[in-house]
Design a protein around this ligand. Structure first.
Ligand SMILES: NC(=O)c1ccc[n+]([C@@H]2O[C@H](COP(=O)([O-])OP(=O)(O)OC[C@H]3O[C@@H](n4cnc5c(N)ncnc54)[C@H](O)[C@@H]3O)[C@@H](O)[C@H]2O)c1
Ligand SMILES: Nc1nc(=O)c(N)c(NC[C@H](O)[C@H](O)[C@H](O)COP(=O)(O)O)[nH]1
Length: 234
């Protein structure tokens, strides 16, 4: 079994998720940030890659007033579990994700991560070891389902999202297209990595929703299921 995995990201009108210097930019407007906050509150866990932690230092806490002291649909009062996919245990021990707000933190590392780094992270987070050189995302998903995570939100970045698509682990993609042009052939996009080469490999999507938000548009896509997929239904 694995959690229901949905990716939420914001990209510019020209398909970039940050600048070529990997500097975070506001693509969403206030209404879209509020939407993101609400879907965060209803997820059991939120996942990002180490590239996003190093570039943006997000806390991934839930901010909306609706959450103050209220139970969410997920039945929790504290923040969703926050997960970093970090093969070599490079997450700084003072990263906001580890120090800001209450709730569980998980750092997923590979067996190649230096032991001293892993020990330092264990002081602040639960550490899951999956994979030899890089994190084995399928094995990680099994482990997360095993600790009760049923709905998992992924916030990026492009390398992690690519890895999840490559491993057939994405159920839903929510892409907010904002009214800005970022440009740059080296600027991150929603799915980076090596990319697929053959058409037969491309994950296929079903358009499930189109909604105008702020001065942009939210596209909701369901990913067509592969045979034998063991995702929990969202
Ligand atoms: N606009 C948005 O919605 C949004 C959201 C998040 C991040 N971003 C941007 O994305 C950029 C960071 O993206 P990125 O691609 O550099 O980093 P990332 O956050 O995707 O992290 C990638 C890292 O994850 C680790 N990893 C471990 N196992 C992996 C596996 N099996 N598959 C894939 N990755 C694995 C690797 O160390 C890899 O380098 C930043 O510029 C950030 O601002 C934008
Ligand atoms: N939906 C969305 N629209 C954007 O315009 C943008 N730049 C991000 N970027 C993702 C970013 O990595 C984190 O979602 C937040 O910035 C959370 O960070 P905090 O918890 O507030 O520290 N996400």
């Amino acid at each position: 079994m694995r959690p229901y995995v949905f990716v939420n990201l914001a990209m510019s009108a020209d398909g970039k998720i940050s600048t070529r210097e990997r500097r975070q930019v506001k693509i969403s407007g206030p209404e879209d940030f509020e939407r993101v906050d609400l879907i965060k509150a209803d997820a059991d866990a939120i996942m990002v890659g180490i590239g996003t932690v190093l570039a943006d230092n997000p806390s991934l806490t839930v901010k909306s007033s609706r959450r103050k002291g209220e139970r969410t649909a997920a039945g929790r009062e504290e923040n969703p579990a926050r997960i970093v996919v970090d093969s070599m245990a490079r997450t700084p021990v003072d990263a906001d994700i580890l120090v800001k707000g209450a709730g569980k933190r998980i750092v997923a590392v590979s067996a190649a991560a230096p032991a001293d780094r892993v020990d330092a992270l264990r002081e602040r987070a639960e550490v899951i070891v999956a994979g030899e050189q890089t994190v084995d995302l399928a094995a990680l998903m099994e482990a997360l389902a095993g600790i009760g995570i049923r709905r998992l939100m992924v916030e990026g970045g492009g390398t992690l999202i690519w890895g999840l698509f490559k491993a057939g682990l994405v159920d839903e993609l929510r892409t907010y297209v904002g009214s800005v042009v970022i440009g740059g052939s080296g600027a991150p996009t929603p799915a980076d990595g090596d990319g697929f080469l053959a058409e037969g490999e491309f994950p296929r999507l079903i358009l499930a929703g189109v909604e105008r938000i702020d001065d942009g548009v939210l596209l909701t896509w369901q990913v067509k299921k592969e045979e034998g997929d063991r995702s929990l239904r969202g």
